[in-house]
Design a protein around this ligand. Structure first.
Ligand SMILES: [Zn+2]
Length: 418
């Protein structure tokens, strides 16, 4: 049997891909509706639909309501025709998931990142998981990876800070993963993948205008899309939002500046603040401060512990200022927040969002819904990474798919944002 990726390859740059993409996006859809979108002649379209059906890419799923006469046939993609792997490599966990062509997750694997998680061992474990899945590898189009820090065009992770294990500096992650799995790999920033995931099949599905996804964990990462394409920040830094200055006389940040948001609202910032509060206010506390971990803080917060609440609310106040600045500047349709700090400390999200709305609209009723947790939670990065490899396969724009879409968007965004 021919590989799924080869079948798409043969259709490259043809009207067949266009028809397939329309059915993937809008299906179930009738022949007349596809004709209306593409402007194709009915004979050409019918020939393409027959060919896509013969190859197993699409199927007839039923009939639309009749407008008088015969009821029109509805076409949809065959989700199991091919699969894509999406991987989220972060400093707290690594998650991999297998998706069908409808971006439905069919299998997944998660590992916590600890001192043993070198790039080599992480990739070995991911490759072993993929070998163990029930899907035939010939059906897998490739692997999308969303990760931390800036990435070179040939898929090398540059100077990624704060991984629990050594070895995460200048990691040729694309090359390593391709060698271990024999599959094509594309690499992008995790935050870009998250916003693309929510845009592909989540809360921001097909939203035009500005949408953003902010991941808060060890650091803060932010991905932005404008009218369906990812926009890059200065020097492609996805951590720019985290280094927004929210206190000019504030704490020293790892970037060399003072008062960056990341020094108030990130897991390390919260743990430092929590430990110093405990030391100050609970000298007889029997919990050894050196062994205090993020999970302890979350548990204390859950129980309504006074100190944990104070630390969370202080942190949320800075996040609120950052969110309000961001919203004022970019006038976004939606800013989604995720990552371990948001998923595990709901209080911080609730307080920050309430304060950000107050900053934007005063004490009156909220006028526009801007802030949201998104639909995909800790699957957002994997989903977007899988969407990225599917898009790359369909459009054959190679490993620079994200970059190219950014270049196009940069021109567009200047018009849209001004
Ligand atoms: Zn900074």
């Amino acid at each position: 049997m021919r590989k799924a990726v080869d079948i798409f390859d043969l259709m490259r740059d043809t009207a067949k891909i266009k028809v397939y993409e329309i059915i993937r996006e809008y299906g179930p859809i009738t022949r007349a509706e596809i004709k209306h979108i593409t402007g194709m002649k009915l004979t050409t379209l019918s020939r393409i639909l027959d060919e896509l059906s013969d190859k197993g890419l699409i199927m007839q799923t039923g009939f639309d309501v009749s407008g008088g006469g015969r009821r029109p046939v509805l076409f949809a993609i065959v989700p199991s025709f091919a699969y894509a792997v999406g991987i989220d490599i972060s400093r707290t966990y690594t998650k991999a998931a297998l998706f069908d062509m409808a971006l439905k997750m069919v299998d997944s694997y998660t590992m916590d990142m600890d001192e043993s998680c070198t790039p080599q061992s992480v990739i070995e474990r991911l490759a072993a998981w993929l070998d163990g899945t029930a899907v035939d590898k010939d059906r897998v189009l490739g692997i999308g990876i969303g990760t931390v820090g800036s990435i070179t065009p040939d898929g090398i992770m540059k100077h990624s800070r704060d991984f629990p294990s050594r070895g995460w500096d200048m990691v040729p992650i694309k090359h390593m993963m391709e060698t271990y799995t024999g599959l094509p790999v594309v690499v992008a920033n995790g935050a870009d993948c998250a916003v693309m995931g929510e845009y592909s099949c989540g809360k921001a599905a097909k939203r035009s205008g500005v949408i953003a996804y902010i991941i808060i964990g060890i650091g803060i990462r932010c991905g932005i899309m404008v009218d369906g394409a990812v926009v890059s920040g200065l020097n492609e830094q996805e951590d720019a939002f985290g280094h927004m200055v929210v206190d000019i006389d504030g704490k020293l940040c790892g970037c060399g500046n003072y008062g960056c948001l990341e020094t108030y609202c990130s897991i390390p910032a919260i743990m430092t603040s929590y430990a110093s509060h405990i030391k100050k206010y609970r000298s007889n506390d029997d919990l050894p401060l050196s062994r205090l971990v993020f999970r302890d803080f979350c548990a204390a917060l859950e129980k309504g512990d006074e100190i944990a609440l104070r630390v969370a609310d202080d942190s949320a106040a800075y996040l609120a200022a950052g969110l309000a600045n961001f919203a004022r500047l970019l006038n976004p349709q939606l800013i989604m927040l995720g990552g371990p700090l948001i998923n595990d400390c709901h209080r911080i999200y609730d307080v920050a969002v309430e304060m950000a709305y107050k900053r934007l609209y005063g004490n009156g009723s909220v006028k526009t819904h801007i802030f949201d947790e998104g639909l995909l939670s800790n699957q957002a990065v994997c989903t977007g990474a899988a969407a990225m490899i599917i898009n790359t396969t369909l459009y054959r724009s190679g490993a620079n798919a994200m970059r190219e879409s950014r270049d196009n968007t940069n021109r567009l965004s200047r018009i849209k944002l001004s």
